[in-house]
Design a protein around this ligand. Structure first.
Ligand SMILES: [Zn+2]
Length: 236
């Protein structure tokens, strides 16, 4: 049985009920979970699992062979146990804001510079995006981050929905996203910033741009043509 990943359908689930389907050492697998595992360059959630009135700290969440594995601080949970999952919401919400900010920046960089994202690492306090662009113009990058901040003020909706692969291949804006997915993927999850960006994506996002706050550039680094790097954070 596979875990139902609740975060794919609702990024705002902070607590949930689940059943333990596998337990090994300090690794717990549940029938459903709202805990996001480190993937796609986005950091994992933390929080706790409560089982028979005992609290277990969720230290890390990883994907292992397609399974979502919670690493907890002690033993004691059994297969068949009912657990309550509680996310460290402050951490998760910042990661959601960072993630949507990264999509917005990549959309602006692509539109204005034709820059393609070559890597990213999104963490609670500091995030990083790498992109490929011919000319590395620091002033222009800062100007574009400012532009992204102006877009945030318009508070566009961020929508998450699923499209069937065949349907996606018929819609010009989605063809590229559909083609980039392996052929066995039939349902594609789309994250759309209304009027600005569409991506195939598996992570949690905020529902309105305004929730991001303000994007602040921490550092710009030039590590070669395909590796222009921006470190940023969000405020407040
Ligand atoms: Zn993403």
């Amino acid at each position: 049985m596979k875990t139902k990943a609740l975060y794919l359908y609702d990024s705002y689930i902070k607590e949930f009920q689940a059943e333990v389907i596998k337990f090994e050492g300090n690794k717990v697998i549940l029938n459903q979970t709202a805990f996001y595992p480190t993937s796609g360059g986005v950091d994992h959630d933390t929080g706790k699992l409560v089982c028979n009135n005992v609290e277990y700290t969720v230290l890390d969440v990883v994907k292992e062979q397609d399974e979502i594995v919670h690493l907890i601080d002690k033993e004691g949970i059994k297969v068949g146990d009912a657990v309550q999952g509680i996310l460290d919401w402050e951490r998760r919400y910042r990661l959601m804001r960072m993630h949507t900010a990264a999509h917005l920046l990549s959309a602006v960089f692509y539109k204005e510079l034709n820059a393609l994202i070559t890597g990213n690492q999104l963490q609670v306090d500091k995030s990083r995006i790498d992109f490929s662009v011919d000319k590395f113009d620091r002033d222009l990058i800062l100007f574009l981050v400012n532009k992204a901040n102006e877009l945030i003020k318009l508070d566009s909706k961020v929508k998450v929905y699923f499209v069937n692969r065949h349907e996606a291949l018929k819609e010009p804006g989605l063809v590229k996203l559909a083609e980039a997915q392996p052929p066995e993927v039939e349902e594609i999850r789309i994250v759309e910033i209304e009027g600005i960006d569409k991506q195939a994506d598996g992570g949690p996002h905020v529902s309105h741009l305004g929730e991001i706050g303000n994007i602040e550039v921490l550092k710009l680094e030039n590590k070669g043509r395909t590796n222009r790097r921006i470190y940023f954070s969000i405020k407040p």
